[in-house]
Design a protein around this ligand. Structure first.
Ligand code: EPZ
Length: 434
């Protein structure tokens, strides 16, 4: 296996300037699955060129989809899609592959997919996905190495016992090609759900209630392809604003995700951050960031997003005073705390809560990313630390951040990636996450 790359950061420089926000990973992936439902060429405009998208692209190619890129526009020609054999191969590299099950049942009336991978932030079960498929009359069987579905989806009534973004997307994709009505209760309300509904509506599906807790979906026997811009990534946007907060700089986001960062911005203000919306830009000033956060908890949207929990912890580690962050979505999302402690952070994890005694300054060190957002947290900590930080495992960061080093440099910071020998050209994933 080739040498994995690492990111080298020189900390202590306030980030100043403006930066564009890439397309949303967690919106692009379900949009790619939706393309399979249409018998034509769908286009994802301003699609992020990240490892998870390339991985999903490969899985779709295994299903007979012809794909190509024109700059950041991804074309998916699904006219000749057919149930492929190696759909199971790429599945283990990412979480989203699992939502192709519903799309395959709709398109082909059968399909199989390897068990999903994804960041090691908890058990990541798929029981709610299987429940949703079975509610729509699909026979879903768990085999040794793959999940097999058979039967075209019927309409049905799904009532989720707990909110799940992926399982909600699974249900929407499965219901899209059913001519009967489907009702989904206790849906996830994340922006990604609303955007997927927008995409499916463009294809001809009738959807009411997207973004609320209850959705009504009226599918159709055949759907049109779509051409749609991938919205800006709210987690990347939050990551960059937190990098500004960690370095007490002034970061402006171009084309930020409007209305998707409200809870985050409330916390940012409580830390002393100042922001304003001005002609489509989000202008932030972190020079007065100095207040710890006595208690924060992650939650389903519109709560504070779990994907910003580790990046926030990295900022709080450098704000003197006592902070506490409670993770309510995933059961093992504090792995990065041990790495932050190597940089001098004082963090104690007790159950689902991390208690942080913030310090004036962290110290650069050699650390290792174990998953995507923990990796982003180490980048933030490195930017605020005194001296140099070397982050190994940057292939995890590349799963979700297209240009994190270039963007930091554009903001006046010092970050460079010593490229590893990637198995694929460009930035595709080299190794399967544990
Ligand atoms: C999506 O993961 C995102 N990934 C995650 O982002 C995000 O953290 C998460 O939603 C929550 O917002 C993508 O969109 C590709 P869930 P997903 O199903 O769908 C449990 C990132 O960094 N659950 O909403 O896998 C689950 O264990 C990634 O970009 C079941 O019990 O999350 C968790 O505790 C990380 N059974 C909770 O529900 C199931 O069948 C929420 O998970 C499915 C999930």
């Amino acid at each position: 296996m080739g040498k994995l790359g690492e990111i080298r950061i020189t900390g202590g420089i306030p980030l100043n300037g403006q930066v564009a926000v890439q397309g949303s990973k967690n919106t692009a992936l379900p949009m790619m699955a939706a393309a399979l439902l249409g018998r034509g060429i769908s286009v994802l405009k301003k699609c992020p060129r990240i490892a998870d998208v390339f991985c999903m692209e490969e899985i779709l190619q295994g299903l007979g989809v012809h794909s190509w890129w024109e700059d950041h526009d991804l074309y998916l020609d699904c006219r000749k899609a057919e149930r492929g054999k190696n759909a199971a191969d790429g599945a283990g590299k990412m979480r989203s592959s699992v939502i192709l099950l519903g799309a395959m049942a709709g398109r082909f009336g059968e399909g199989s997919m390897g068990y999903p991978g994804g960041c090691i932030i908890g058990k990541r079960p798929i029981d709610l996905h299987l429940y949703a498929l079975r509610c729509l009359g699909i026979d879903a069987q768990e085999g040794e190495t793959e999940i097999r579905v058979s039967g075209h989806p019927l309409g049905g009534h799904i009532s989720f016992p707990k909110k799940s973004v992926g399982a909600t997307e699974q249900a929407m994709l499965a219901a899209a090609l059913s001519c009967e009505e489907t009702t989904i209760e206790n849906c996830a309300r994340e922006p990604e759900i609303w955007w997927l509904a927008k995409c499916l509506t463009a294809m001809g599906v009738r959807i009411q209630g997207a973004g609320t807790g209850c959705m009504h979906i009226q599918g159709r026997k055949s759907l049109k392809p779509y051409s749609m811009k991938v919205p800006p990534d709210r987690i990347v946007a939050g990551t960059y604003l937190l990098a500004g907060a960690a370095t007490r700089g002034r970061v402006t986001l171009l084309e930020p995700p409007g209305g998707e960062l409200n809870t985050f911005l409330e916390l940012y203000s409580k830390m002393g951050g100042q922001f304003q919306w001005n002609s489509g830009k989000l202008i932030t000033d972190s020079q007065k960031v100095c207040f710890p956060l006595p208690y924060v908890e992650t939650g389903c949207h519109p709560g504070f997003p779990t994907d910003l929990q580790s990046p926030l912890m990295a900022v709080l580690a450098g704000i003197p005073g006592e902070s506490a962050v409670r993770e309510t979505i995933f059961e093992e999302r504090y792995g990065v705390a041990e790495e932050l402690k190597r940089m001098g952070a004082e963090i104690t994890v007790r159950g689902d809560t991390a208690y942080i005694s913030g310090k004036e300054e962290l110290t650069g060190a050699s650390v290792k990313a174990g998953e995507l957002r923990g990796g982003a947290a180490l980048v933030i900590a490195g930017l605020s630390a005194h001296g140099e930080t070397r982050i190994a495992g940057c292939q995890y960061i590349r799963r979700g951040y297209e240009n994190i080093c270039e963007d930091i440099t554009r903001l006046g910071g010092k970050a460079e990636e010593e490229a590893g020998e990637y198995l694929y050209e460009n930035i595709r994933l080299l190794e399967k996450p544990e």
